[in-house]
Design a binder for this molecule. Structure first.
Ligand code: PAF
Length: 296
């Protein structure tokens, strides 16, 4: 028999941590039945200011219970990537969630998310093999599969993602549209340090010297955006020159694309995206640019 829900499953004014997907699902179902909206902020934990901004965005809709999922998803890491050493800081993450008036934290185990014999996944289509996907085969299958699971467990009206992972945001949008998911996907602009570095849980891997070199990514994007009126070649040249000038930054890709990550237009809205390795840490960043319409 299913255990009845109790007042400990959801405490208005405090955060409740759930590990069991089934139980969390029942709690959000009960909240929806009581007329509440549910907004989901999917994370892998190690929360920082960027996540706080996502949570604040999730609160924008009135009468909303915000659910933050904290799950380091094994299926989106390649065999040589940082799954084992990815920071796991549940206690301080829950403190941040409490400060940000999150109602529920969902922190499942890998075994509860991926039942033995799980074999069905969400395929991202061709975009999943480009940009990040070219360097991280299978990454977006892992991301979309876990996000689809989270959407099914939490059934949120809204789900909030950062623009820092722009390709992820684009693919999650596309998944929700192509698979008729009833969740509205919201993108939130990247939060940056004062010197431009995009906030990321992986920044904590950087030494002081590497941290300094890492600012080359955002500096390159800004340099590119600055000459966007002169067109795509000028943007890419300015960005590449900026990256080349900084030792210790090993460029993976620098690309201009359309906002939906199709081919870049000659004029109009585009996205400039960069990925580079600084030491053993892979960093990504991106910026919106308006091509060819300036007076330069
Ligand atoms: O952006 C992340 O933190 C992860 O890729 C996500 C969306 C939580 C899926 O594991």
């Amino acid at each position: 028999m299913t255990e009845p829900l109790t007042k400990d499953d959801y405490k208005p004014g405090d955060v409740t941590v759930h590990h069991d997907p089934e139980r969390l699902h029942r709690v959000v179902k009960a909240l929806r039945a009581a007329g509440r909206n549910v907004a989901l902020v999917p994370t892998m934990g190690a929360l920082h200011e960027g996540h706080r901004k996502l949570i604040r965005e999730a609160h924008v809709m009135q009468n909303t219970v915000v659910v933050v999922s904290i799950f380091v998803n094994p299926t989106q890491f390649g065999p040589d990537e940082d799954y084992e050493r990815y920071p796991r800081t549940l206690e301080s993450d829950v403190d941040i969630c409490r400060e940000e008036r999150v109602g529920l934290v969902f922190a499942p185990s890998a075994g509860d998310v991926y039942l033995p014999g799980s074999s069905v996944t969400v395929h991202p289509g061709p975009l999943g093999d480009e940009l990040e996907g070219a360097s991280r085969p299978g990454h977006f299958t892992g991301v979309l599969t876990v996000v689809a699971k989270l959407f099914n467990i939490v059934q949120p009206t809204y789900a909030v993602f950062g623009e820092k992972d722009y390709q992820q945001l684009t693919l999650v949008h596309r998944m929700a549209r192509d698979l008729n998911m009833p969740t509205h996907v919201v993108g939130v602009p990247t939060v940056r340090e004062a010197d431009g570095l995009a906030l990321s849980s992986r920044n904590r891997y950087l030494s002081e010297e590497q941290r300094q070199a890492a600012t080359a990514l955002s500096a390159a994007l800004v340099a590119g955006a600055h000459v966007s009126g002169r067109g795509a070649d000028a943007v890419l040249e300015a960005a590449r020159d900026t990256l080349d000038a900084v030792p210790g930054v090993d460029l993976d890709y620098l690309e201009l694309r359309a906002p939906d990550l199709g081919p870049a237009p000659e004029n109009g809205d585009a996205r400039l995206l960069v990925a580079a390795r600084v030491g053993s840490t892979r960093l990504i960043d991106n910026i919106a640019v308006l091509l060819g319409t300036g007076d330069e």
